[in-house]
Design a protein around this ligand. Sequence first.
Ligand code: GTQ
Length: 359
Amino acid sequence: MDPTAKIDLRIRAMTTSLGRLEDLPQDYRAALGEAMVGPLWPQMRNALPHHAPVPVTTTRLWTYAQIRPLLLEAGKLTPVEKAERRVLFLADPARGPSSMQVTSTLYLGMQLLLPGEKAPAHKHTPSAARIIVEGQGAYTIVDGEKLPMQEGDIILTPGGCWHDHGHEGQEPVIWLDALDLPLFITLDGSYAVEAELQAPRNRPDSSQVEYRAAGLVPPRRRDQPAPKFPQMRYPWERTEGALRHLALHNGQEAVELDFVNPETGESCLPVMGFTAMMLRPGQTLRPPLRSSSAAFHVVRGSGTASINGQSHHWTTKDTFSAPTFARIELHNPGTEPAFLIRIHDTPLQEKLGYYEERA
Ligand code: GTQ
């Protein structure tokens, strides 16, 4: 076939409209319903839109200024024993205020723990990670490893690992939970197993022992394979230091570092990816359109974001979301660097073989 004819065919396929439900006789439609079957063609383009997905997800900014007082009020209204986890989840406006998701795969929630409180141990099929937002003295115990929480730290709770939270400090502690819960709900695969508290092993977490420095890992004997999730805590101090040093030497490139498993170099969790970002003073970042969905949490700084033309003014501890293939522009107008953590589902999409970037 000559190439112009091929293009003609393609244009015809794109412009010819498919048969509609209304084109079918009423009694035939009723019979289809009785049989619990349906015609694909009226819905074909909903299921398989041309060229790019049409995401349900929209974008929103959640300011810490709005969430914080509501969360502290939850601390008065609901004791932790009545909550198991005292969390206000962030809801994608496109899905409504009761939807426990910010994108198709990502759940985010702000969790409060008050001094002296303990949130009991459980394990579940979804994986979680926390970004510490405010306060001192709280910890999570993951499979016996006690992980102290400092602002900006990322603490992992991989699926299937026992975890409970406690607080030995004086002020409220608040953190942002990220879970791949919506994916597990879609898979009919989400459940938890409850237990009491765990006794922590009496030693510092592995980020302070085996994984002190990038590029150095303990030698492995044949009978001692590396643990599946060797590092559960990524101290913010090191992350910020690494970003600042990268910024000195990578020209005008984006200053970004992925959180990875130090033994394998793979993403630190199987579904969700975490990327630390620094926006230089005055910098505008226009990343490629990515097939992954994302949320941005501001560790420190202020600036603007344009997500598919919708603008947000973000500041320290705020969080905003972006659907798949969003056109994103981030700008730091200030004189200090801004630091954000991007939470995304790139690792999942890479495993499924369809992660993509477009100009
Ligand atoms: O801290 O274990 O936001 O199990 C949602 C589910 C936090 C947790 C959430 C959870 C947790």
